[in-house]
Write a protein of this length. Structure first.
Length: 198
């Protein structure tokens, strides 16, 4: 084989590799949303949409909380005995039930029922957003509890205006807020049409 033919052969091989890589990159680019939707699914869609609308919540936020709290495992139990999809403790569950007029009395075991858990998780999230009038602060309270967050808001080291947390003293809560917001934003990007409320 002559030198010129070898150069041409190497050139064709190089162009073939470049073409293959370009096609692979294009395939990945156009299928990345399909892959991401497997990581950010929409289980319990009807329940989430109904309860989000009933409580004036963005469904993407509800999905963001569920993904951060339980990874969509309805039987999840935390070290603090928080249960179900939205990880509510039995004590918080009891308290939220007292805030809902004519609520039937349910037990802590009912928190493993996705419909009950999402209903009361959305009620709690809505109560917190109404109370703090700030979504990020409410998300922190969902994780750390109202007592902690209220005391942080009263401390000028953590809040300059009594509404917004400039510093979150619990590392776990700081990371939780980041996860929920990142999840919410990804749901908004991936499911702009599906999560629109009527």
């Amino acid at each position: 084989m002559t030198k010129t033919r070898r150069k041409r052969k190497k050139g064709r091989i190089f162009l073939g590799i470049v073409a293959f890589l370009a096609i692979a990159v294009l395939c990945l680019y156009f299928s990345k949303d399909a892959l991401l939707k497997k990581v950010y699914p929409l289980p319990y869609y009807e329940i989430v949409m109904t309860e989000a609308e009933k409580n004036g919540l963005n469904p993407a936020l509800v999905y963001g909380v569920i993904r951060a709290e339980s990874g969509f495992d309805p039987n999840a139990v935390s070290h603090a005995n928080a249960r179900g999809l939205m990880q509510m403790t039995p004590q918080t569950f009891e308290w939220v039930q007292t805030m809902i007029p004519d609520s039937e009395h349910l037990t802590a075991e009912d928190l493993f029922d996705p419909e009950v858990n999402i209903r009361f998780g959305c009620e709690l999230l809505s109560l917190l957003i109404s109370h703090y009038d700030n979504e990020s602060t409410a998300i922190c309270a969902y994780n750390a509890g109202m007592g902690n967050v209220t005391s942080w808001l009263e401390n000028p080291e953590y809040s300059s205006d009594g509404t917004t947390l400039n510093v979150i003293p619990f590392g776990e809560t700081q990371e939780y807020l980041k996860r929920v917001i990142a999840n919410r934003d990804m749901y908004l990007r991936l499911y702009a049409q599906e999560l629109v409320q009527s």
